[in-house]
Ligand binder design. Structure first.
Ligand SMILES: Nc1ncnc2c1ncn2[C@@H]1O[C@H](COP(=O)(O)OP(=O)(O)O)[C@@H](O)[C@H]1O
Ligand SMILES: [Mg+2]
Length: 603
């Protein structure tokens, strides 16, 4: 778990011009709020400025005690006013930056999501979904932090370092020179030291997570460990891992101890050095004691800011990484109706006289596995009103045919025509809008049953949804739920049985009233009773409708108008059930006989 989270962390990227240019593309989302951003920026400058004024008056207060006691109250009041101003500016800075960040990031997030859903299916096959949600969650989170705090901190640090040094030089050039010789060196060493220690702590954490894996793994499979009498082996393995963790931890302890000595000697040593030098300046009358007092506080501010810069720098690098990842995603090409403009010159027209679907010599391999041809010259024609069954062994390419029909992928060779018109010439939403698909594994949305059915036609009336559910043989079980069709189905629909999910998917397809119905093994994972219910629903759905039915059960297939048997990426046999059963040595016949034997032996 801990390991996975490490892995999800946005990687750092160097801050380069290209990276900054990438980041500037984000500006469109900030632009509507640029006025507020500038106000926030002003507030930030004012609050950092008033922060700088503070030590100066503190020093004057100390001096006033010796030189002019009547000024004490006035200076104290000024200090209070400065604090007041600073608190107002600081509130305003956070308020405005947060408003800008929240709204511009919502705009960026929604632009990313809009882009994501427009991307072609292969994109999602190549990426893990976790990686994509990570873009939306943690990468944007990094940017949010950048806009709300990192940027502000960075600017404040610069103001304090530059302004602070300027003020110090004004007060005492020689002491400033001395301080600048000592302090930054110590701070930078300290930062480098600190990051060493953090890296070390991470190593310890990783090693300790690894040792935990041994415990997890062996305890959850403890029967296997015992059955093979490997207890001794596992004990040793765990002990070795523990010794490794301990050794790393001890070395880390040495670093931490050294770090603390370094802080004592280095940081406080530097402080002593500055005060020593300052005291000698006071002794010669070159400096007032209040000045030294404010000088030390300024030095502390500057030291703190120099130290903080390293952290800010590493956070900015992470923001570069996030930007790069987000922009790479936004640069992905969305799916288009017509990826090859040249075909549009001779745009084919759709017509009802033409076959509903024609595959002509189609060759296809998945882009993720270009060397494995799936379809190799597939020819298939489904006429208007015809029920076509597609049969073949598992992995033969049946579902792939559906993927092409929906244009989730395009064939590499050959033609796919829908009503005589090249599938690529159809507007995508029109092409997909005329079909309904009951997929092999139905995944529902974690919403209500009603919302799931209505998904195919959001404007459908309650009455129409109800009729679709009845036709799908789903109404009975829906009615039995206490909440009826408002029943929540749980994440991905897990609170329903496979058969129930499938009947809801069928109701959804029915509600669509499609021109072409595509059923992909819609009854494959069902017990006989649900199967007969679903089967009945399917027959209602298919009546008088052009349909492509993928099935390996005889009961679904045998009444189809035409059966196509797919083998090695081609249609090997095609005809009615009776015709194909006549073929001596036919593949379909062998397939049917195997099922009969299976039925005989398994019952
Ligand atoms: N998204 C994918 N990427 C790469 N290969 C795939 C993908 N989907 C399916 N395949 C491969 O394509 C072949 C045909 O798969 P499919 O059409 O799902 O077969 P089926 O006839 O069982 O429905 C199989 O060898 C499968 O491994
Ligand atoms: Mg399949």
């Amino acid at each position: 778990m801990a390991k996975a989270q490490f892995g999800n962390k946005t990687p750092k990227k160097p801050i380069t011009w290209t990276a900054l240019k990438q980041m500037s593309r984000m500006y469109v989302h900030v632009k509507p709020y640029r006025g507020e951003f500038l106000v926030g920026l002003l507030m930030l400058l004012l609050s950092s400025g008033s922060n700088l004024a503070f030590p100066k008056y503190l020093g004057e207060l100390v001096d006033a005690a010796q030189t002019d006691p009547s000024a004490i109250d006035g200076i104290a009041l000024t200090l209070i006013l400065i604090l007041l101003a600073q608190s107002v500016f600081s509130f305003g800075r956070i308020f405005f930056f947060e408003r800008v960040a929240q709204r511009s990031l919502a705009s960026l997030r929604s632009a990313m999501y809009n882009h994501l859903v427009s991307l072609p299916l292969p994109f999602f096959h190549e990426k893990r979904i976790g990686e994509l949600t990570n873009r939306l969650q943690s990468d944007i989170g990094v940017l949010q932090e950048t806009f709300t705090s990192t940027l502000a901190e960075f600017i404040r640090q610069i103001v304090i370092i530059v302004g602070g040094i300027a003020l110090l030089v004004y007060q005492s050039p020689s002491l400033t020179g001395f301080m600048l010789l000592v302090l930054p060196l110590v701070v930078i060493l300290g930062v480098a030291f600190g990051s060493r220690i953090r890296k070390y702590a991470k190593d310890v954490q990783t090693a300790s997570a690894e040792s935990n894996t041994i415990v997890d793994e062996t305890l959850s499979a403890v029967a296997t460990v015992k059955a093979y009498t490997q207890e001794g082996f596992e004990k040793n393995r765990y002990r070795t891992a523990l010794d490794h963790v301990a050794a790393l931890g001890i070395r880390g302890g040495i670093y931490r101890g050294a770090f603390s000595s370094f802080i004592i000697l280095g940081l406080f040593g530097a402080l002593v050095a500055v005060i020593w030098k300052g005291a000698s300046l006071i002794a010669t009358g070159e400096m007032a004691s209040g000045q030294l007092f404010s000088f030390v506080i300024y030095s502390g501010f500057i030291g703190g800011s120099v130290g903080g810069l390293a952290d800010v720098y590493s956070r900015l690098q992470r923001a570069m990484g996030a930007t790069e990842a987000i922009m790479a995603m936004l640069d992905e090409q969305p799916e288009t109706s017509n990826p090859q403009p040249e075909t549009s010159n001779q745009q084919s027209a759709a017509s009802n006289q033409q076959p509903a679907v024609t595959f002509r010599n189609v060759h296809f391999a998945y882009p993720t596995r270009p060397d494995v041809p799936v379809l190799q010259g597939l020819n298939l024609e489904i006429r208007e009103g015809q029920q076509c069954a597609l049969v073949g062994s598992s992995g033969a390419g049946k579902s792939t045919v559906v993927q092409l029909l929906y244009r989730f992928h395009d064939p590499q060779q050959g033609e796919l025509l829908v009503q005589g018109r090249d599938a690529r010439d159809w507007p995508l939403d029109e092409l997909r809008g005329r079909m309904a698909w009951v997929p092999q594994d139905v995944v529902l949305f974690g919403r209500s049953i009603l919302e799931n059915i209505r998904y195919s036609r959001p404007e459908a009336s309650d009455e129409e949804v109800r009729r679709a559910a009845e036709d799908a043989n789903a109404w009975e079980f829906i009615e039995r739920f206490p909440d009826g069709w408002n029943t929540q189905v749980g994440e991905r629909g897990v609170q329903l049985s496979g058969g129930q999910r499938q009947r809801i998917a069928i109701a959804r397809a029915m509600l669509r009233d499609p021109k072409l119905l595509v059923l992909d093994e819609a009854t494959s994972s069902l017990d006989p009773e649900s199967e007969s219910l679903v089967q009945g629903a399917l027959e209602t759905l298919m009546r008088g409708r052009t349909s492509l039915v993928i099935a390996h059960r005889l009961s679904t297939v045998r009444h189809a108008d035409v059966i196509a048997f797919i083998h090695e990426g081609q249609i090997a046999e095609m005809g009615s059930h009776d015709e194909l059963m006549q073929l001596d040595g036919g593949r379909y016949r062998a397939f049917v006989q195997k099922q009969w034997n299976g039925t005989l032996t398994s019952h």
